[in-house]
Design a protein around this ligand. Sequence first.
Ligand SMILES: O=C1C=c2cc(C(=O)O)[nH]c2=CC1=O
Length: 430
Amino acid sequence: MGKEAVVAKSSPDACGHLIAMLFRRNLLDFSAEERSHFVQALDLAKRTTHPQYVIATRRSEEILGDDGNTPQFENISIYNYFVWTHYYSVKKTFLGPGQESFGEVDFSHEGPAFLTWHRFHLLQLEKDMQDMLQDPSFALPYWDFATGKNVCDVCTDDLMGARSSWDPAAISSNSVFSQWRVVCESLEDYDTRGTLCNSTEGGPIRRNPAGNVARPTVQRLPAPQDVAQCLEVGSFDTPPFYSNSTDSFRNTVEGNDPMGRYDPAVRSLHNLAHLFLNGTGGQTHLSPNDPIFVLLHTFTDAVFDEWLRRHDADISTFPLENAPIGHNRQFNMVPFWPPVTSTEMFVTAADNLGYTYEVQWPSQNFSISEIVTIAVVAALGLVGLIFLGTSYLIRARSKMDEANQPLLIDQYQPYDGGYEKAQNATQPMV
Ligand SMILES: O=C1C=c2cc(C(=O)O)[nH]c2=CC1=O
């Protein structure tokens, strides 16, 4: 049995059957043995031909090849299939020779399906790896990227690969990931010749965390507070269901301003984590080639799942229509097969999908204005308490004085020398 997952409990599915629960854990909590097992599993997925899927390497117009008789499909490895599906979802649309390709269609980003698309993407890889390992308990771990730091803590040789000492944008030769070669990098071909990404591998993974000197705002990872604030955004998504949606949880976690305001210069959470990697992992058509992509997205999915749990999974703000192409609730998510819609993925994972996350969520810090309000209310309360306490003490004190000094009580006879007179009366005269 794989060590990544602890199948500690089971839960009933929609039909009432018991399904084992997978625990997606923080990669940094893995033991040395678990780390090695996970890295080897990824490497095996990179080298194992996908047992079920082939990829199309030409558009439907040319799918039978130049002679009209040679189907343009190729085998691909399990991991490279994961890369290819992401590439396909973001690829530009070829409009014809000599024409600029159309880049405004993105089936997996900048729209409501961002979270549901990537959730299914991860589930497919996880299932493929379980089958490859013949281990149904294999679970993908996550990278809690919301550290607020300017270092990549999973970039060590026992995990995702340290920085090479020779080239700051390369992976150390002690890591197996320095041997990985990327697919889908021939953008020029796709955009000018209308070809599609094929299974041919090219250059190595490039990664230079925090190293983008031209853009200081992407040299530091998101902070825990960004996650806490994002989880407070109440609506799943808002019109126009795009990258400029305000007060939208989806747009906030995808990576605009943590308060849900739109500022094109701002990158946070998921987008910031991609750009922080500064290399293969920061370019949308290529990013899954860097295996950190898997961990970055499991964490993003964990935030989504926590939001679904806290806000009671209300799909009413997931549009039925008017979202960008591919992003409406009932659309099949491109290019997954068998067909799957966002609605099917808009459910709490533990109750419906058989997995859950072990995460300690950061609590919300108070803003300056909230701190001032709390301080004023507390000060007023204190003044009130002091006033009440003082008046009570004064009243109690005066009651005590009355009890302890009976001579001051009105009814008591004032001293008039009567005692002495009486005494004198009983004394015999000498
Ligand atoms: O692979 C991705 C790369 C990204 C870069 C940005 C950005 O905000 O500039 N966003 C990205 C999302 C990705 O999925």
